[in-house]
Design a protein. Structure first.
Length: 396
């Protein structure tokens, strides 16, 4: 007898699409998660409701961004990575305020017919909202009207106010990507809370023999440093370059930066201005396979981004046998052990970690081996099974 289907309606603002310029390079993590879950359980069906800011004819003249929102909301759906993505325009302002419950409700009133049609067509048995504010508000509204249970992944959980508390109180379960301050605050709500991080592709996991070969001559070579990220201000790549400039005559290193973004030209000019073109290279955007190779060939990964929801790239680096230095109290912080699996630091002090590890290569070897071992818990099979358990337990 065929098992009954679990139909998950995903509410999110995280959808890659070239229909909106700022979303063309958006993370495809939700689609990857769907694929990994379906490899283990084909009876779970995912559909997506893409929440976009509501625009009008006047707004469409303000910028290309608003014009793209206005054009997109005229359609009921579009396709991304072969998936049918339904569109829900919602009134969303740039910053949270205490009145947003009013305009969230008004936005849902304006989209009521569209939402009724979507729910009738998709017949979801569980809703998965992917942030604690507007996504969770909409999930609660749908749940109340259609008697469908919902769970929430706690993105954007900083500065929790009463509106967010109310969004979450009726949820069946909260999913946190990491164990951090936001996670600790959510525990006080008394709602079941499960830590389920993003999974890591097998291509990043270095074999034991290859790791031993990598570390064999570590003490004899220049220190190979690496960053992989979108070149955005909050990633603080400029900070790393400036700090490395301070020690360029003290240690022998090479630093490669993989990724593209608005700061590419700015960073290129900074490297030239500081006279670091023989030590620092901007590689641009490359394939995942090339990134995996670069990680296995590096000695230390650096990314001082803040804030960071999870930071999958940190675990990818660990799986490659390359420990990282990241910022305290953000992203993966709290899921792994500082100074054993990798390193956490303040923006002012991370350069001291680099100097210490350069001087003590045996310690760096030890942490590299431990990082690879710890990365096992982030394998996709483990992550997918945890999600399947949640969907099965709280399904309508």
């Amino acid at each position: 007898m065929e098992k009954s289907k679990i139909r998950v309606l995903v509410l999110t603002i995280i959808i890659p699409t070239d229909k909106i310029s700022k979303k063309k390079d958006e993370n495809d993590i939700l689609f990857v998660t769907e694929d990994k879950v379906n490899q283990l359980n084909s009876n779970i069906i995912f559909t997506y409701l893409f929440i976009i800011p509501r625009a009008n004819f006047i707004f469409s003249f303000l910028s290309k961004k608003w014009n793209s929102y206005y054009s997109l909301q005229k359609n009921e759906y579009f396709f991304s990575y072969g998936r049918k993505i339904f569109i829900l325009p919602q009134i969303i302002l740039p910053k949270r305020n205490s009145f947003r419950k009013l305009y969230f409700n008004f936005g849902l009133f304006l989209s009521k017919k569209r939402l009724d049609k979507i729910i009738k067509e998709l017949k979801p048995t569980i809703i998965h909202a992917h942030n604690v504010d507007n996504n969770a508000f909409i999930a609660k509204w749908i749940s109340k009207k259609y008697k469908i249970p919902y769970i929430v992944t706690t993105r954007e959980a900083k500065n929790i106010d009463q509106i967010i508390v109310n969004n979450l109180k009726s949820a069946k379960c909260l999913i946190s990507l990491s164990k951090n301050e936001e996670y600790d605050n959510l525990l006080h709500l008394g709602i079941p809370c499960k830590i389920i991080p993003h999974g890591i592709d097998d291509t990043f996991y270095i074999e034991e023999v290859a790791l031993q070969n990598k570390l064999e001559n570590l003490e004899l070579k220049k220190l190979k440093l690496l960053t992989v990220c979108r070149l955005l201000p909050y990633k603080h790549v400029e900070l790393i370059i400036n700090k490395l400039n301070e020690i360029k005559d003290k240690i022998d290193f090479e630093y490669r930066i993989y990724g593209d973004g608005p700061q590419f030209i700015q960073l290129k000019l900074l490297i030239e201005e500081l006279g670091l073109i023989d030590k620092i290279v901007l590689q641009g955007r490359v394939s995942n396979e090339e990134i995996a190779q670069a990680m296995r060939a590096s000695d230390l990964f650096i990314l001082m981004s803040y804030p960071e929801t999870f930071g999958r790239v940190f675990v990818e680096s660990m799986a490659s046998g390359t420990p990282f230095i990241g910022q305290e109290k953000t992203g993966i912080y709290g899921l792994i052990e500082d100074k054993k699996d990798s390193f956490f630091s303040t923006p002012d002090d991370f350069i001291k970690h680099i100097q210490k590890l350069n001087a003590d290569r045996e310690y760096l070897k030890k942490v590299s081996i431990q990082a690879r071992k710890t990365a096992e818990i982030f394998k996709w099979e483990n992550v997918a099974r945890d999600l399947i358990d949640i969907y099965t337990l709280y399904n309508k």
